[in-house]
Design a protein around this ligand. Structure first.
Ligand code: SF4
Length: 380
């Protein structure tokens, strides 16, 4: 047996050692996927999950300019949008009626540091900064019976301390640990908040604060295969230190015509499947591996075969504002695809059992609602 196949055999039952992870890169996708499936089946069984959510893009103003992003705007740009308090309340109410569990608050990075007009708008609504507005919005979500999860880009330690009592989890895609992608001519050159050290710092601080956390890997923006493995190993190292990373998203770059990377090649299904399989083989068993189905609607079976156990948030009420050209799948059809592959598709909370069953990761003020919703799901 070759050294690579020996490492793969070990990886199908337990995470590989750091130095061995790079040897996996030489194996073909089908072989990687077979081992990743075995790991997924062993750790997560025959249930695939999703989080029924409403997606609230609090603002699309962002001080960064990632070359692949079609979401961000500057003040005055066509399509600039900051959700008003009334809009937030209306969307949350609709979400409750449609049976959503998660309220996902997503926005551009630290918009108040770049845009005076935005600061004035927040003040006109009685809020000093974005985090204050997010706190208010999360309170509204909780009042509607929803569980808030916020991905606001880079947050300071104090920001996270403020948001913790009203959010069951926070998120920040690490995306990549490649500093090379921040150099001139690369996709993160004009995105100071995409410096890997900044994102690692926040991810670690969330762990210190015992905040359940979502991280992720973005593939197809110019990183090498070795850099993908570097990123997965970095996420694993932080998770092993703090135990707060519940899930890792493997997100594939999709080209939007209006962006500088509008004509860049997208990852193939094979690239994506290999990245998912590497994530499953490198990360520890208790970390959920998810891939967004709307970014690869023709590859759902390939994602399942590559070892995912989760599809992330799917919304019956709001589009994917980050990728508006890619609608969510219909749940019935997704469920049928899962069933054909031998899996049950089930809803879940934005807090995984590994974290909701402990006291340290759930703020006491959130506990009653979390337990009530979990009991409701268990009874379904
Ligand atoms: S990807 Fe995020 S950080 Fe980058 S420009 Fe878009 S909204 Fe801003």
């Amino acid at each position: 047996m070759s050294p690579e196949l020996r490492i793969l055999t070990q990886a199908s039952v337990a995470p590989v050692a750091d130095q061995d992870a790079y040897r996996l890169a030489g194996l073909d996708t089908a072989t990687l996927c077979e081992a990743a499936r075995a790991r997924r089946d062993r750790a997560w069984g025959t249930i695939l999950t999703f989080s029924p959510k409403v997606f609230l893009p609090i603002t699309n103003l962002c001080r960064n300019r990632c070359d692949y992003c079609s979401f961000r705007r500057s003040p005055g740009d066509p399509g600039e949008w900051t959700m008003s308090p009334d809009e937030i309340r209306t969307w949350l109410s609709r979400a409750r009626e449609q049976g959503c569990i998660e309220a996902l608050f997503c926005l551009g990075d630290t918009p108040e540091t770049g845009f005076r007009e935005y600061r004035a708008l927040l003040r006109s609504w009685g809020h000093e900064c974005t985090v204050d507005y997010l706190y208010w919005a999360a309170e509204q979500a909780l009042a509607e019976g929803l569980l808030p999860h916020t991905n606001a880009g880079i947050l300071s330690r104090d920001d996270m301390i403020e948001l913790r009592p009203v959010n069951v989890s926070l998120g920040l895609m690490l995306e990549t640990v490649s500093d090379r992608l921040c150099e001139k001519g690369m996709p993160h050159h004009k995105a100071p908040d995409k410096r890997p050290a900044t994102r690692i710092r926040m991810t670690r601080e969330a762990g210190e604060l015992r905040i359940p956390f979502t991280s992720g890997l973005l593939i197809g923006i110019g990183e090498t295969l070795e850099e993908r493995i570097d990123t997965l190993l970095a996420i694993r190292a932080i998770q092993r230190e703090y135990g707060h990373i519940q899930e890792v998203i493997v997100q594939n770059f999709r080209a939007h015509p209006s962006t500088p990377m509008g004509s860049a090649a997208e990852p193939t299904e094979d690239d994506l499947a290999a990245a998912v399989a590497l994530a499953r083989l490198i990360l520890d068993d208790d970390v959920s591996v998810q891939a967004p189905p709307n970014l690869s609607p023709a590859s759902i079976k390939a994602l399942i075969d590559a070892g995912i156990n989760d599809f992330g948030g799917i919304s019956p009420v709001s589009p994917d504002y980050i990728n508006p050209r890619h609608p969510w799948p219909h749940l019935e059809k997704l469920s049928e695809t899962c069933a054909a592959a031998g899996f049950d598709l089930r809803p879940r909370l934005p807090l995984y059992p590994s974290h909701l069953e402990t006291t340290e990761f759930v703020d006491p003020s959130l506990r009653p609602r979390v337990d009530e919703l979990q009991l409701g799901l268990a009874a379904q």
